[in-house]
Design a protein around this ligand. Structure first.
Ligand SMILES: [Zn+2]
Length: 407
């Protein structure tokens, strides 16, 4: 594995340098030709050539002049996010979304479905085909500009075979090859576990643009992590790494769906937290939650947040507990990886105002090297959409690496 023995020919060098310029502009925003030469160490004529090629390919835009005091003011460049488009698909335990994005990635059009692969795989796949066509129809003017399809999945994938692998809380019994459901226009398909995709998104568009070592701790219906080591997503030998949700934090705890006991996911997935809230509400110990349950017949994570904002003591206690268990997860992840930054994402990040203090406290009390190690803990700003944007980012990442033959 790996490509450490492969050399670069002249064409590769050209693509590599264009890729470098695009990567810089994407991550750092507006830069002049002089900035690009200074940062990359390439000569000014080389940068001029690369920029001319990328302008001709409609991949860059000139955005006015920089605000320097003296001399001729250099023109600033930016990547043209509308040069190409991406189809993003993300699956969750409860359904899926299909979207058209630009290279931002910004969602331009989306279809959300409540058919889940877990409950009725065949029906969900029929719907997937339908929604995929819907999105293609929306993009009908720009079909030639669609780079590919990015797919994020809350479970294991075999991305080379475009296949979702079976998983107890997501897809039972069988592996699922997505190619035959997404075959129109023969677009390339790229897949990732959703925590890895979210982690990748954070490095392109979020708070980890300049970071080389980072852990994205995703807490939602499932609990997992995307791990960035030396600027690359670490996926492991079988691309199954980052399953922090299935590290046992209580060996005498209840049996987990994975077969292990007392897994972290049992204590801090939002799914299990809502189950617990439902139980408490049902027995009448919470005014607010009981009211919601009686009026709406269901309880969801956002009800807990609303309850906490209404000062409902059960909701506040449950969220505090969530923060404490998440703190345990954060401590384990920092002890394992010594990252520069932890980004907390997924549905639980929406509860930042209620969990932040508990997470911080647990980290301060329990981290092994707490006297020397002070990693930054951030909360993802993308909310629930991070895995959909992450799906688009998988394609963006391949595109900017020059692997799609578009520049
Ligand atoms: Zn487990």
């Amino acid at each position: 594995m790996g490509n450490q023995w492969v050399g670069d020919n002249l064409y590769d060098v050209k693509v590599k340098n264009r890729s470098l310029v695009l990567r810089l502009l994407k991550k750092k925003g507006l830069l002049s030709r002089i900035d690009l030469a200074r940062i990359t160490g390439l000569t000014q004529p080389t940068i001029t050539n690369i920029v001319n090629d990328l302008l001709a390919a409609n991949l860059l835009r000139e955005m006015g002049v920089s605000d320097t005091k003296a001399g001729r003011k250099p023109i600033l460049l930016a990547m043209n996010d509308q040069a190409f488009y991406i189809i993003a698909i993300r699956f969750t335990r409860r359904g899926f979304s299909v979207a058209l994005t630009d290279l931002g990635p910004n969602i331009l059009f989306r279809r959300d479905s409540r058919y889940s692969l877990l409950e009725n795989t065949d029906l969900a796949l029929l719907e997937l085909q339908k929604e995929f066509i819907h999105v293609l129809e929306y993009a009908t003017q720009s079909l030639g500009l669609i780079l590919g399809i990015g797919v994020s999945v809350p479970g294991p994938v075999d991305s080379d075979a475009c296949t979702i692998l079976a998983h107890p809380t997501f897809l039972r019994y069988r592996a699922l090859d997505l190619r035959k459901y997404l075959r129109e226009y023969d677009l390339p398909i790229f897949m990732m576990n959703d925590a890895d995709a979210a982690c990748l998104h954070e490095t392109w568009s979020g708070q980890a643009k300049e970071v080389e070592n980072m852990v994205y701790f995703m807490v939602g219906d499932e609990v997992g992590a995307g791990v960035l080591i030396g600027g690359k997503i670490y996926q492991g030998a079988n691309r199954k790494s980052g399953e922090v949700g299935h590290t046992s934090v209580n060996i005498f705890g209840p049996r987990c769906v994975c077969g292990n006991y007392g897994c972290l996911e049992i204590y801090c997935s939002t799914y299990n937290l809502v189950e617990k809230a439902r139980e408490i509400a049902w027995f009448g110990n919470s005014g607010y939650l009981k009211e919601v349950l009686e009026q709406e017949g269901r309880l969801e994570f956002h009800h807990l947040l609303e309850g906490a904002r209404e000062n409902d003591s059960t909701a506040l206690q449950l969220l505090q507990l969530l923060g404490q268990y998440m703190g345990i997860g954060v401590v384990n992840l920092i002890n394992l990886y010594d990252p520069e930054m932890i980004v907390i994402g997924g549905q639980a990040a929406l509860a930042q105002e209620f969990i932040e203090r508990s997470v911080k406290q647990v980290v301060e009390e329990r981290l092994l090297y707490r006297e020397y190690v002070h990693p930054r803990i951030h909360y993802s700003q993308w909310g629930d959409d991070v895995t959909l944007l992450g799906a688009a980012t998988i394609v963006l990442d391949h595109f900017i690496a020059g692997e799609l033959g578009r520049f």
